[in-house]
Design a protein around this ligand. Sequence first.
Ligand code: SF4
Length: 363
Amino acid sequence: MQSEQAIDEMAGCGGGCACATGVGKTELRAVDDGLRHDWTQPEIAALFALPFNDLLYQAQAVHREHHDPNAVQVSTLLSIKTGACPEDCAYCPQSARYDTGLKAEKLMPLDAVVAKAKQAKEAGASRFCMGAAWRSPKDRDISQVNAMVSAVKALGLETCATLGMLSREQAVALKAAGLDYYNHNLDTSPEFYGEIISTRCYQDRLDTLAHVRDVGMKTCCGGIVGMGETRADRASFVRALANLPAHPDSVPINRLVKVAGTPLAEEHDLDAFEFVRTIAVARITMPASMVRLSAGREAMSEELQALCFLAGANSIFYGEKLLTTGNPDTESDRALFAKLGLQPLTVAMSTERAHTDTIERAA
Ligand code: SF4
């Protein structure tokens, strides 16, 4: 269940945009999935404040109830349209507003995307994510992306896209083309959001997520920590995710990658233990979701990544590049998996897991 208070707090971005008027507000009702959707801020703050060992113990116990503790889902992310984005996300080198030296590129041709997807599959990825730097796609963009989705799906990969804000009709079209997941992040807490983005509001994000859920696609939704937010903001961010009507199927937790030329280029580093705490609290509050260790992994030691897996992370991006920033190379990831005895989840295993979850939640 979701409390009225939680809904009201999540829906407003605090800006002077349409969400202040309630225009286009999506009604949020929790699905009856046997999971909690009514976390309070004090409850989540109390998890963050636990002694580190107690927090990790609790997170690992929850993790083992819901997941194979030694399996990791592996996704590869490809930027299919890079840069020149009109939005002003303060962390993003793809925003046209910041001089980061990034070369803008048009939408990739279909055959080039399929070639990259084949490579990702051969390297061991089970999911292929296609990202485009748009505020929201035009309908002609959707037709082109749909062709990519169908072709990637035909290779036996799970498909994911992140294209910006979607209308319901666009979500319907992507679902019909075979898209399994749609990524749309909340980015941060409702309270801190205005410090990071001014060109779209929190409610816009909730609306896109609602369209994706309503048409039956799985949601991938998380955000970034280390952007100068407080621990209370991190708690509120995790709460916003955990109190969504359905927990995101995938929850990417990114650690800020500071890119020269962006407003956050000089931000202070987030303490590594605080990052692990955020992963652990996400695991406890969204027990059945795949918690993804995302951007920022290149700067993490193997030991820190191992702590994140212990805290409940069970998904990574695989491949040398995220959309435009670096990522560990696949050989290093394979070596780390071998050292830790981790196994990549196959598409068949994650389909089987989703099937089991559906049966268990229906019981
Ligand atoms: S995060 Fe996405 S929407 Fe924001 S500037 Fe970057 S590409 Fe554009």
